[in-house]
Ligand binder design. Structure first.
Ligand SMILES: Cc1cc2nc3c(=O)[nH]c(=O)nc-3n(C[C@H](O)[C@H](O)[C@H](O)COP(=O)(O)OP(=O)(O)OC[C@H]3O[C@@H](n4cnc5c(N)ncnc54)[C@H](O)[C@@H]3O)c2cc1C
Length: 444
């Protein structure tokens, strides 16, 4: 269908903006991967849930595909459409209310985590899990999982949502939670907008202390780093844990201004090669700690390069040999200014059924996050896909937030015993297959 007629029909139906000018369509034709370009026929910036429902009902009747795009930090075109309707969810950016007792916030799906924490942390409240990049939306991360440096204790962001409102691919508006419409609640989390469009989420908040202290520890051996990571996780001694490249380990403890943590107790029994640095920050500064790095990436051109970011969640027992072997074949220059991520976590905290990960007591997330110039892209994609396949053969599950080039066999492998359920959910909730088509190959 031509852009002009799509736009004319939708303008007659909707309260929100309908954009069909070339600039608006080109502006939403790419994502952070910089590898895929799809130009939508029309861009809709919905004014509310009602608009989203009208778009989906119209799309069903007219057999037009709909892509749900938020801040587009994904990397394989999964939030884009060629010629279809692009729902630009960033228009739904209102924090509707914060519970008087401070236990939850009701937000439209296009609210960025950054916007939410800048409002809550000064009140001593924080979402239990924050992603490293706060510039992503609630809808965008609930659709993937939403992992962060507190996931070892609190699971994914999808574990910390009390209620979701969504428009399913049928056009039905649903409100669901653990207690109401549970199957739909489970179908909407970690499923990449394949079954419905999240329009509102009630996310959990917890009380936080105003300051953090971070210990930067250096290791010359991955096995030693993993032993110490296990110790601090099992003793529940810290509030946040991360390792943004091998071999540092960053351990962070929240504290009040008058009661700094006891350093010796926090670090007791750990055996780093060297304790490099201790840094005290406000809790908000800590939450936004990656912003200076992202600013450097923007200034130095990394942000504009291709990003076939490949993250995989390994069973703890397979992690050390696997990561050591992969890094041995990865010259630092291959990262092009990007980085390697290590993310030690419990494997049993998340209860989001379709967030696939090894069920071992501990898991290790491993991400290779390069910025790749055009002439090296083919080679990088081939090698990263090989790493992805090898990790799955070692019992890992990919974290599907970024670069994914899965054929049907790989999707089957990813969802394992839940693969048939995925097909059934698609037929039930998006019977015409209009939502983000082409990403998952459901087969005949
Ligand atoms: C620099 C950087 C750092 C990152 N750090 C982390 C991290 O620490 N932890 C982590 O978990 N991830 C991280 N990510 C990945 C990122 O969180 C995911 O890619 C996330 O999905 C992006 O959210 P977005 O708002 O940009 O959504 P988009 O990329 O626009 O969309 C993401 C997916 O969700 C779908 N979608 C979007 N909104 C909705 C909605 N309202 N309803 C239904 N479906 C929807 C889209 O169709 C798409 O499939 C990082 C990415 C970058 C680039």
């Amino acid at each position: 269908m031509m852009s002009a007629s799509l736009a004319r029909d939708l303008r007659a139906l909707l309260s929100g903006q309908v954009l069909d000018d070339e600039a608006a369509r080109l502006d939403r034709s790419g994502d952070f991967g910089r590898m895929t370009r799809r130009i939508p026929g029309v861009v809709v910036r919905p004014a509310g849930t009602g608009d989203v429902a009208k778009v989906i009902r119209y799309a069903r009747q007219s057999s037009v595909p709909v892509a749900t795009r938020a801040e587009a930090h994904t990397q394989s075109g999964q939030a884009l459409t060629d010629g279809g309707i692009l729902l630009d969810m960033t228009s739904l950016d209102r924090i509707q209310s914060i519970d008087a007792s401070g236990s939850w916030a009701d937000c439209e799906a296009g609210v960025k985590w950054d916007t939410l924490v800048r409002q809550t942390i000064p009140q001593g409240l924080v979402p239990p899990v924050l992603t490293n990049n706060l510039g992503v939306t609630l809808g965008g991360t609930l659709s993937v999982a939403g992992l962060g440096v507190a996931s070892f204790r609190h699971g994914a962001q999808g574990d910390n949502v009390l209620e979701i409102e969504a428009v399913m691919g049928t056009g039905d508006v649903v409100v669901c939670s653990e207690d109401a419409n549970r199957p739909v609640f489970d179908a909407l989390r970690s499923t990449f907008g394949q079954f419905g469009v999240i329009t509102r989420a009630r996310v959990t908040l917890r009380r936080c202390r105003p300051r953090t202290r971070t210990y930067f520890l250096l290791y010359d051996d991955l096995g030693a780093l993993m032993r110490d990571a296990r110790l601090v996780i099992e003793h529940d001694r810290i509030d946040y844990i991360e390792s943004t490249c091998v071999p540092p380990l960053h351990l962070t403890v929240e504290h009040g201004p008058e009661s700094p943590p006891a350093d010796a107790e926090t670090l007791q029994g750990l055996a780093p090669y060297r304790k490099v640095h201790i840094e005290d920050q406000d809790t908000l500064e800590f939450a936004a700690r990656m912003e200076p790095l992202f600013a450097i990436w923007k200034r130095t051109g990394n942000w504009a390069l291709a990003h076939p970011w490949t993250e995989t969640i390994l069973p703890w027992g397979a992690a050390e040999p696997f990561i050591t072997q992969v890094l041995a074949g990865l010259p630092p220059t291959a990262l092009g200014g990007g980085h390697v991520l290590l993310w030690p976590c419990r494997g049993t905290v998340s209860r989001v059924p379709l967030f696939m990960h090894p069920e071992t007591p501990l898991v290790m997330g491993f991400g290779i996050l390069p910025g790749v110039p055009p002439d090296l892209l083919q080679q990088a994609r081939r090698r990263l896909n090989m790493m992805s396949d090898m990790s799955m053969a070692a019992g890992a599950r990919r974290y599907l937030s970024g670069f994914i080039e899965f054929d049907r066999a790989r999707w089957k492998q990813h969802f394992g015993p839940r693969w048939d359920e995925i097909g059934r959910l698609k037929k039930t909730h998006d019977p015409d297959g209009i939502l983000n088509p082409g990403f998952i190959d459901y087969g005949p």
